[in-house]
Design a protein around this ligand. Structure first.
Ligand SMILES: Nc1ncnc2c1ncn2[C@@H]1O[C@H](COP(=O)(O)OP(=O)(O)O)[C@@H](O)[C@H]1O
Ligand SMILES: [Mg+2]
Length: 392
């Protein structure tokens, strides 16, 4: 009975029993909603951080909150590689179509809504080839240029009035935003910029790897229109709460030293906390989780991480890529300069750049600063050192 109630849930995008330490982002979006009700737009939000820190569950939480506030939303995950741009446009086109369908139920200003829906139809058709049957023909002069930035801006401009009259707004949620193609990314940033200037109720809320910080810095004039929030390891107190509260609600308790040990080992990383929490819960003989259970659970949890979390990345690499990863560990630990990596491997930088590029596309490393690469997950360096075939 106790074991079946295990509240801890390691897994990508899986909602934790207690979403701790993310109040600043939740409050910021609540404020966005409040301001938009008085026709004020101070811009969108970008959340960045390593894998496993809780970006996706936070994005989902924010999405739920604005939907509850009556916003019309579109949510999709960007994908790397050559199929990415088409997939993103399909998602956007379909999302806009659904938004249009919802808007046909808006009360008030029938003429405005008809115009907006006609632009929606034209946008969905132009960007994704989606034909809508909303009782209004696609506009023959709005959102049909085939230039994503122009079309998106016209769409948002035409939706602004009806959305505002209905105390609503349009928000686009993009996960894995670092994988968005440059055209679509620029369009989203530019239209957020324009919406902020014009107080149109339109918001881009994105999440992705720390690369986004650089991307935003390079898009300087637009990036002022975004709050940039890094999410990372939880503070000590939040990490304690993430373990203690769900347990308490089920009538179980951790001893103080057990909590401290788990938090220390996890370094506050949400995915690790969930993994260890789940493991200790699975092995505890009763409702009291003491230091012995914690130590055994951590070992169990580490074995799980070595079976799942880390190999999910490592197993997808080629021998040449593994050499590259091993060299990062040897020269830098979790971050290394690409020049030092090439030197360590005894080759010219250009000859290892295909391996680097492919590792970036696989989401295993990222280039936060020019000339440097880092692992996308915490503790990947330690995992690599444990691999028997690290040198092969
Ligand atoms: N604030 C939090 N408190 C506790 N656990 C969390 C928190 N945020 C995320 N988690 C857990 O961490 C894991 C990774 O979350 P996820 O959103 O997939 O991370 P990311 O998208 O950054 O890779 C999940 O198991 C989730 O339940
Ligand atoms: Mg995620």
């Amino acid at each position: 009975m106790l074991h079946e109630l295990n509240p801890f849930r390691p897994g990508a995008g899986v909602r934790p029993p207690e979403l701790v330490g993310r109040q600043p982002e939740i409050d910021l979006v609540d404020l966005m909603v409040a301001k938009s009700r008085v026709k004020r737009n101070d811009g969108g939000l970008i959340i960045y951080g390593l894998r496993g820190v809780g970006k996706t569950v936070l994005l989902n939480e924010l999405h739920r909150n604005v939907e509850r506030a009556g916003w019309v939303t579109i949510q999709f995950e960007a994908r790397p590689g050559s199929a990415g741009p088409i997939a993103a446009r399909q998602s956007l086109g379909r999302g806009v179509a659904m938004a249009g369908r919802r808007m046909t139920r808006f009360r008030s200003a029938v003429e405005d809504v008809r115009t907006a829906v006609s632009t929606v139809s034209s946008f969905a058709l132009t960007i994704a080839g989606v034909s809508l049957n909303l009782g209004v023909a696609p506009s023959d002069h709005r959102a049909n240029s085939g230039l994503i930035e122009v079309d998106l801006e016209e769409l948002v401009a035409d939706l602004a009035g009806p959305l505002q009259k209905n105390q609503s707004a349009l928000a686009i949620f993009v996960d894995e935003m670092q994988d968005l193609d440059a055209d679509l990314l620029t369009a989203l940033l530019a239209v957020q910029h324009k919406a902020t200037q014009s107080d149109w109720p339109f918001y881009v809320i994105g999440a992705g790897l720390p690369t986004l910080r650089r991307t935003m810095a390079e898009a300087r004039s637009y990036s002022e229109r975004f709050a940039l929030h890094e999410v990372g390891a939880l503070t000590h107190d939040s990490a304690i709460e993430a373990l203690e509260k769900p347990a308490r609600e089920l009538g179980a308790r951790f001893t103080r030293d057990a909590l401290e040990e788990i938090v220390r080992e996890s370094q506050g990383y949400p995915f690790f906390l969930q993994t260890y929490g789940k493991a200790v819960w699975d092995i505890t003989p009763d409702r009291n989780i003491d230091i012995d259970v914690a130590v055994a659970g951590i070992a169990e949890g580490n074995a799980d991480l070595d079976q799942g979390f880390f190999p999910a990345r490592w197993d997808r690499t080629t021998p040449a890529e593994r050499q590259y990863l091993r060299a990062i560990v040897d020269v830098g630990g979790s971050t290394a300069s690409t020049a030092a990596v090439a030197e360590h491997l005894g080759v010219a930088a250009a000859s290892v750049s295909p391996a680097r590029q492919s590792l970036i596309e696989k989401g295993i490393i990222y280039a936060e600063r020019r000339g440097y690469v880092s692992f996308t997950v915490p503790n990947m360096d330690r995992f690599i050192l444990r691999q028997p075939d690290a040198d092969s």
